[in-house]
Design a protein. Structure first.
Length: 182
């Protein structure tokens, strides 16, 4: 059974709006390493469309710094599953998952491999409610955004977590990995 890992960037005040985060070579290298440790990515529609718009080739020459290229290449070739009831079709090495994500994600987890990586806000909330996330990583940026969206808004029950690792970056961001206490 392969684990489902969740990773997201967040400010100190809980904002997970991607436009509020730092982008530097250390953080992109870390994100590429996370992608390398997964057999596939799991996205909801909003995250899939955002990632596709940002990372699908071809990027215009000079459109992004060279240090972003390893992440761009890694996410481009990654297998992707997109949970959506509104998209008619997907491509970019992606497969559409319709209906209740619980059974579909349970089936994906039953397959052998290194693991699945999920990102975004709404889909991870649903998966957390179902107890399907095996590891949470919060990359906390030293910034106060003063707005949302925030993580896990509307979660129906507490989920107690145990810190398993911590990694500091030169920017002051800190990646903290947690596992649910079961």
């Amino acid at each position: 059974m392969r684990p489902l890992r969740y990773s997201i960037n967040v400010t100190l005040d809980g904002c997970c709006d991607h436009r509020e985060m730092f982008a530097d070579d250390d953080l992109h290298r870390h994100a590429a390493e996370n992608l390398d440790q997964a057999d596939a990515l799991l996205f909801g529609r909003v995250t899939y469309e955002m990632m596709e718009a940002a990372w699908r080739p071809p990027a215009l020459p000079g459109a992004r710094p060279d240090w972003m290229e390893p992440f761009a290449r890694t996410i481009d070739v990654a297998k992707k599953y997109v949970v959506s009831s509104t998209l008619g079709r997907v491509d970019w090495n992606a497969e559409l998952v319709r209906g209740d994500p619980g059974p579909a994600v349970q089936e994906l987890k039953r397959e052998s491999g290194q693991g699945l990586l999920v990102g975004g806000v709404k889909l991870p909330l649903a998966l957390a409610e179902l107890g399907l996330i095996d590891e949470y990583e919060f990359v906390v940026h030293p910034r106060l955004a003063g707005h949302g969206p925030t993580l896990f808004a509307g979660l129906s029950k507490r989920i107690d977590l145990r810190l398993v690792s911590r990694l500091e970056f030169g920017s002051g961001a800190v990646a903290m990995r947690y596992e649910p206490r079961r």
